[in-house]
Design a protein around this ligand. Structure first.
Ligand code: NAD
Length: 351
């Protein structure tokens, strides 16, 4: 099964490491180095089987290739997955992170990493003890640029403004109804931007603390998880889980556009056609959520200051999104297909 997953994958290299002391598996998938060294987050979670973990690494690394290619960021696509056993002892965490760092160090610059689901900037500090200089997004205290979340949120916010420009003729968000699903690092910061811009924000979350915070302190309208897809709004912004756009949810949607930060929102690329047929504008996830990666790479490899990073994100996400919408309209294709075409052209030109 692992063999067929790798055979059928269109990437370059997979590093497979069995972590004997904990029983965890580490996969580092290098999908493409066509535009530069591979970069992508380190995801740490338990999976129901090893194949599912490998598959996640392979699929996510391909996503990173497209994420960097569309706006022309000179990095290739990669991803690391640390698949921990379900009975993982948290005390073993620093040690496995250090072993992961040593593995990255051995690759000598083929792969760079940062935080992803299940890891934080604090974890990057630990990985960097053995993996420097190939580790991004360490804490500010350790000399890194901290969490990418606020930059991702800024990119999503400017992407939502661009969606409004396309749909309603101007970028203003005043009185637009935006439903944010997931109020964590990205969704929470996105809500701040939306609120400041005068949008009517609704939110959904499954965490009691987050619900209390945004409903009781911010006085935002709370939408229970089971009602999200059928709630009427102008923009639906998924900022929690993947695969939220599928054959079951798309027929329920009562929004004009989907534009949010979550990765892999489409359960299947074919679902983009279903959205188009329903007249719902889709901002491809890897185009609109690139802000964090763009800012962190810019600050840590190009010497950008924080305000320059914000400026680059706020200019580039709308620029690329407009290009995607225009290509989709002129070619009569989905926005997903348009983004894919832009990425593939850059990859084949090597720029
Ligand atoms: P996070 O863990 O900080 O927040 C996720 C939030 O979603 C939490 O508040 C959680 O309670 C909530 N949630 C979980 N299940 C839910 C459900 N069924 N309905 C509603 N809410 C639910 O994660 P994050 O860093 O904000 O990332 C969110 C998404 O954006 C993920 O898909 C991630 O892969 C993607 N993303 C994040 C970044 C980044 O810079 N952090 C960059 C690109 C993409």
């Amino acid at each position: 099964m692992m063999e067929s997953l790798i055979r059928e994958w269109d990437g370059e290299t997979v590093i497979v490491h069995y972590d004997r002391p904990t029983g965890a598996w580490i996969f580092i998938a290098i999908h493409s180095t066509r535009l530069g060294p591979a970069a992508g987050g380190t995801r740490m979670k338990s999976y129901h089987d090893v194949e599912a973990a490998l598959q996640d690494a392979l699929r996510l690394s391909a996503g990173m290739t497209y994420k960097f290619a569309v706006p022309g960021i000179p990095f290739g696509g990669g991803k690391a997955v640390i698949a921990i056993p379900s009975e993982f002892d948290k005390q073993s965490c620093p040690a496995i992170l250090r072993r992961h760092g040593a593995l990255i160090q051995q690759l000598g610059g083929l792969f760079f990493t940062g935080p992803d689901f299940g890891t934080t900037s604090e974890d990057m500090d630990i990985i960097a003890e053995t993996g420097a200089p190939y580790i991004f997004s360490r804490t500010l205290a350790a000399g890194g640029s901290g969490s990418p979340g606020p930059f991702t949120a800024l990119g999503v916010f400017t992407g939502i403004q661009t969606v409004c420009e396309h749909l309603f003729g101007d970028m203003t968000l005043k009185s637009r109804r935006v439903l944010v699903q997931g109020t964590g690092s990205v969704g929470g910061a996105l809500i701040d931007h939306l609120g400041a811009a005068g949008a009517k924000v609704m939110f959904s979350d499954v965490d009691e603390g987050a619900i209390r915070h945004f409903r009781d302190e911010f006085e935002l309208k709370f939408v229970p998880a089971e009602a999200v897809y059928r709630t009427e709004c102008d923009i639906f912004a998924p900022c929690a889980l993947g695969a939220v756009l599928n054959a079951d949810t798309i027929p329920q949607l009562k929004c004009r556009a989907v534009a949010g930060g979550a990765n892999n929102q489409l359960a299947d690329p074919e679902n983009a056609k279903h959205l188009l047929d329903r007249g719902i504008l889709y901002a491809p996830d890897y185009v609109i959520n690139v802000g964090g990666a763009m800012a962190i790479l810019g600050m840590e490899t190009q010497g950008w200051a924080r305000d320059q990073a914000e400026k680059e994100v706020a200019e580039n996400v709308p620029r690329v999104l407009r290009q995607v919408f225009e290509l989709a309209a002129t070619e009569g294709i989905t926005t997903e297909a348009a983004a894919r075409r832009i990425a593939e052209e850059r990859l084949s030109a090597g720029m």
